[in-house]
Design a protein around this ligand. Sequence first.
Ligand code: HPA
Ligand SMILES: [Zn+2]
Length: 331
Amino acid sequence: MESFIAGLPKVELHLHIEGTLEPELTFALAERNGISLPYADVESLRAAYNFSDLQSFLDLYYQGADVLQTEQDFYDLTWAYLMRCRQDRVMHTEIFFDPQTHLDRGIDFATVIGGIHSALVAGRKTLGVSSCLIMCFLRHLSEESAFETLEKSLPFKAWIDGVGLDSSEVGNPPQKFARVFAKACELGFRVVAHAGEEGPASYIWDALDVLNTERIDHGVRCVDDPLLVARLVAERIPLTVCPLSNLKLRVFDSMADHNILDLLDKGVCVTVNSDDPAYFGGYMNENYQALADSLMASKEQIRRLALNSVEACWLPEKEKEVLRNRILAYV
Ligand code: HPA
Ligand SMILES: [Zn+2]
C-alpha cells in the first residue's frame, strides 16, 4: 500500500504555505535575518509542536512566521514545499497564504506575494508542478482589516485565483465577512472558506449561503447535520479534509475515529490534504497512509479520494481529464 500511495498522482487543495515552514528552515532564516529564537535548537522547537486545539497551534504558527522577512525567504519557503510535492507525486497544488500575518509585521504585500509567485512559476517550469494561489483573510481580525487586505491585493490580482478564510473559527462566523466576500466575488475571485473544523455545522451552511463558497475547507463537522450532508452529496460540494491536522488539533480523538471514509461512502466529495504539514507531522503521502493504516482504506477508496481532488480543483477541464486518466490508469 505504501508504494501504491507514493506513486499515485495527487492533487492538493488545502495547504497553508506558512504551515510548511520546517524547524530547520526556521533556524536557517532566523540566522540569515539576525533574529533570535526562543528555542535552543531544531529539536526543542519541534518538541513544542504539541497542540490541544486549533488556537494552541495558531499561537505557535503565527510566531513561527516572524522569521519570514524578505522576498527570498518567501521564495525559499515555497520552493521547499514544491520540492516536497515532486517527491510525493503531487502534480497540482492550490495553496493558501495569509497576507495579514505579514502586513501586521511591517512586511509589504509585494514582498510576500513576489517570493511565493516566483517560486510557483519556477515550480511549474522546472518541476512540472502546477498551482493556484488563494489569499486567506484571518477571521480573528476585523472586517475592516480584511477589506484593507483585499485592496492591497488588487495590483497582484492576476496572480491570485481565489480568496479564503482561516484562523480561529469558533466565535468568528462566516457572516462577519459577508461584505468582503461579496466584494471579492464581484472582483472575480473564486471563493472558499474554512468551516466546520472546530465550528458547528451551521458555519458550513453559512459559508455556502452567505459567502457563496464553492468548496469547504475541513467541513468534517457536517456529520452533525444530516440535511447538510444530503446537500453536500446532491451538489457535489467538495470538502478539503486534513486527516493528520485533525488528529494533531484533536478534532478527533484518534485516527480510527476519523469520518472521512464514512463521508466518502455516503457520496460526499471528500479530498485528502496536509494543511500545515511542518506542524502536523506529514505531507500528502503520510496523510493518505494514515487512512490506510488506521481506517483500512482500500486502494480503490484511495483512488476515489485522489479523483475527487481532480474534480474539485481549479484546473481547466482539459488538464483535469489528463490527470483523471493518469489516476485511473495507475496500478
Ligand atoms: O487548519 C487551520 N484552521 C484554521 N486556520 C488555519 N491556519 C492554518 N491552518 C489552519
Ligand atoms: Zn487550513
